[in-house]
Design a protein around this ligand. Structure first.
Ligand SMILES: [Zn+2]
Length: 263
């Protein structure tokens, strides 16, 4: 488990250990015993941790309604009878009971802490991200050196707008907490489309030496091809290989996603 300690709250990241390499999260208020659970999949590991640390789950937050991000919801709200499931309206059909609809600009409070909601659709229509301090929980919107697929109710045009208008405008110092660990595969893919980018090799070397895949918005700007759809070197390299491709950001992003699907 990776732990990020802050003065007011701690973040606990659990590797589910499944084939999909999911992460699930607990954010704990350090001034009370309250916590929120984000994208629970394996309720057993979460409930053990919650019991051992004498925590109380105030709310369950879902970045989106895919089964591997909501699978642990119900066992948790059955134990903590005041807690509710928070999801965007477009994802409401996937969860029950005791739900709260969330949307851009909403603030969710627990203990003495608050988490704000931004809409980040594209991987699926209901996708949101959660911000607390300089940390963002992005679900399957952006991964270390990658982005979510658009296979299950997704739309690459909408995802591009989310990257352009939301993800790329986040503060450089923001820590990114994503929904899966695909880091090594993603970096290999990044190198295939951006072969002269030394930052990709540097991050790969760093990851191979450490147990934990971590990144910030500033780092993603350096090596994530989906953040670099207007980077001259990357675009030139793609254009040489795929002369039919238009070179505007949307076309490059769409091509990058299509190539990643077949990677
Ligand atoms: Zn998903």
């Amino acid at each position: 488990m990776y732990i990020l300690e802050n003065e007011n709250f701690n973040i606990y990241r659990f590797d589910v250990g499944n084939e999909g390499r999911n992460y699930q999260y607990i954010v704990k208020c350090n001034e009370t015993s309250e916590c929120v659970v984000i994208d629970p999949l394996d309720p057993v590991s979460l409930l053990h941790f919650i019991r051992d640390n004498k925590l109380r789950v105030a709310e369950v937050l879902n970045t989106h309604g895919h089964p591997d991000h909501i699978g642990g919801n119900n066992p948790i709200i059955k134990v903590f009878l005041d807690s509710r499931i928070h999801i965007h309206r477009e994802g409401l059909d996937f969860v029950a009971p005791r739900t709260v609809v969330i949307d851009e600009g909403d603030v969710i409070t627990f203990g003495n802490q608050s988490i704000s909601v931004i809409n980040t659709p594209g991987h699926c229509p209901e996708h949101v991200s959660f911000i607390i301090g300089n940390n963002i929980f992005v679900g399957d919107t952006i991964f270390l050196s990658g982005c979510g697929n658009v296979k299950f109710r997704g739309d690459v045009d909408v995802l591009f707008d989310t990257f352009k208008d939301k993800i790329r405008t986040l503060d450089d110092n923001m820590n990114i907490f994503c929904g899966h660990d695909y880091a090594i595969n993603n970096l290999e893919y990044a190198l295939s489309v951006d072969p002269n980018n030394k930052a990709i090799n540097d991050k790969t070397d760093k990851l191979k030496k450490s147990d934990e895949a971590l990144s910030t918005v500033a780092e993603e700007r350096l090596y994530n091809p989906f953040m670099r759809f207007d980077n001259e070197g990357l675009v030139t390299n793609l254009k040489e290989k795929y002369p039919e491709m238009n070179t505007d950001g949307r076309s490059v992003f769409t091509k990058l996603r299509e190539l990643r699907n077949n990677w």
